[in-house]
Design a protein around this ligand. Structure first.
Ligand SMILES: C[S@@+](CC[C@H](N)C(=O)[O-])C[C@H]1O[C@@H](n2cnc3c(N)ncnc32)[C@H](O)[C@@H]1O
Length: 190
């Protein structure tokens, strides 16, 4: 039987299947059975200050659900640098976002990947399962990002809580991390 051209909707269904299959194999690394939904992606994109100069870094880009939220918020794909560790998901990202910079690698090496390529970041959005990473790995990810964000720049992290007021539904939360302003001094009131 002849097949017509593949439509985007077909891609998204296939991508969700790839994502689910990877989650079955590596639940602690993929950390979600399904890609994030558009409402969460839009809420996260609203927290990113796109008026700041520099690219937006996305950590753990998966199938690009959060990337699409950034784009809907007005961030062009060529302003986004996406990092993803799973080769099959990297293939999906490169197919769907040919103008975006996609780095295949481990998030703990982000400082190394960005050295000499990026001087400043507007915002970082992360959906990495970072709460399960050892402290040293968390530092290796967050420190270079905060350095490139500079004072006031936001490292935005989504996570799923373990308890929910609604049975069987895990609410997603967005956490925002920034360095203190240089002028406020260390340990002073914020
Ligand atoms: C919860 S999923 C989020 C995917 C996508 N951003 C979304 O919201 O649908 C976490 C993603 O982080 C990636 N990931 C986990 N650990 C990683 C690491 N150490 N380095 C790079 N990517 C990692 C996984 O492969 C997965 O795509």
């Amino acid at each position: 039987m002849a097949h017509g051209p593949i439509r985007v909707g077909d891609h998204m269904a296939t991508d969700a299947t790839i994502f689910f299959g990877l989650w079955l194999q590596k639940p602690l690394r993929i950390a979600a059975a399904n890609p994030s939904g558009p409402r969460l992606a839009d809420a996260l994109a609203r927290c990113a200050d796109l008026e700041r100069p520099g690219p937006v870094l996305e950590l753990g880009a998966g199938t690009g659900s959060l990337t699409r939220g950034l784009m809907r918020a007005g961030c062009p794909p060529n302003r986004i640098v996406a990092l993803e560790g799973e080769p099959r998901l990297v293939t999906v990202l490169r197919r769907d976002f040919p103008r975006m910079t996609v780095i295949e690698g481990d998030a703990t090496r982000i400082g190394e990947y960005l050295a000499g390529r990026v001087e400043r970041l507007a915002a970082v959005i992360s959906s990495l399962p970072i709460k399960w990473f050892p402290l040293e790995a968390q530092r290796a990810i967050v420190k270079p990002c905060l350095d490139l964000l500079g004072p006031g720049g936001r490292f935005l992290q989504i996570t799923n809580a373990f308890s929910s007021p609604l049975p069987n539904l895990l609410p997603a939360q967005i956490w925002s991390y920034s360095q203190r302003s240089e002028t406020k001094g260390r340990g002073g009131p914020t």
